[in-house]
Design a protein around this ligand. Sequence first.
Ligand code: CTP
Ligand code: MG
Length: 244
Amino acid sequence: MSKSMRNKNIAIVLAAGKGSRMDTATPKQFMQIKGKPLMYYCLATFEKSEVIDEIILVTNESSIDYVREEIVKRFAFNKVSKVVSGGNERVYSVWEGLKAIQGEMGYVFIHDSARPLVTEDTIKRLAETVIKTKACVAAVQSKDTVKICDESNYIKETPIRETVWIIQTPQVFKLSTIYKAYESIINQNLQKVTDDAMVLEMTSQLPIKLVEATYENIKVTTPEDIEIAEAFMDNLSTFFSENS
Ligand code: CTP
Ligand code: MG
């Protein structure tokens, strides 16, 4: 089989958000955490990963030059093959990433750069699973009971807790499968689409497997999450020393 026909594992790293809930002047992906920009951490993990071949980095149009110099070059992330401009919502940023790798054979690992603590073990188990299922997402069981409510915040129902999972990234798909799914809905109103699995749920019957990840794999969203992420980094000293 020629090299170009081999299945590749490509990560799309999303760093094109505004970080409005963080309430800082610069988008949170550039915020310093333990002396490095937030987006550095997952990139370092993908760069070192035994199963990831290539990284597509999606960022704000005005930050592309900065990202090429101050992130990709400075930290020698040699797997980053493209830095592309994102869209106004996460779903459009993902679509820009997918278009950048259209036609490649293999699997795509869509990941929020705001999740610095994704581990190689999770990435590997996702890589093994997606070969069998074509679609799988990182997740943890909800520790809390979850309620579904109506518009006035009255409880409508209570899902059985054992069936409730908190969905994270990476979300991993056969590239052609997720590309077709995105292509078929991208012109619709996508305001309510908050993850990639949803796009498949909307467009196909394909079962999507949950792969148990770690509770440390949080999304840094609001200011208190920074302290939590830094505390996890202190605890996971091997993680941090490997990445420094
Ligand atoms: N993201 C993106 N393009 C967008 C919106 C989000 O690439 N138009 C990325 C973010 O950079 C982040 C991930 O998607 O890594 C998850 O999004 P979220 O945590 O919501 O980040 P922001 O959209 O930046 O934050 P907020 O919603 O508070 O504005
Ligand atoms: Mg957002």
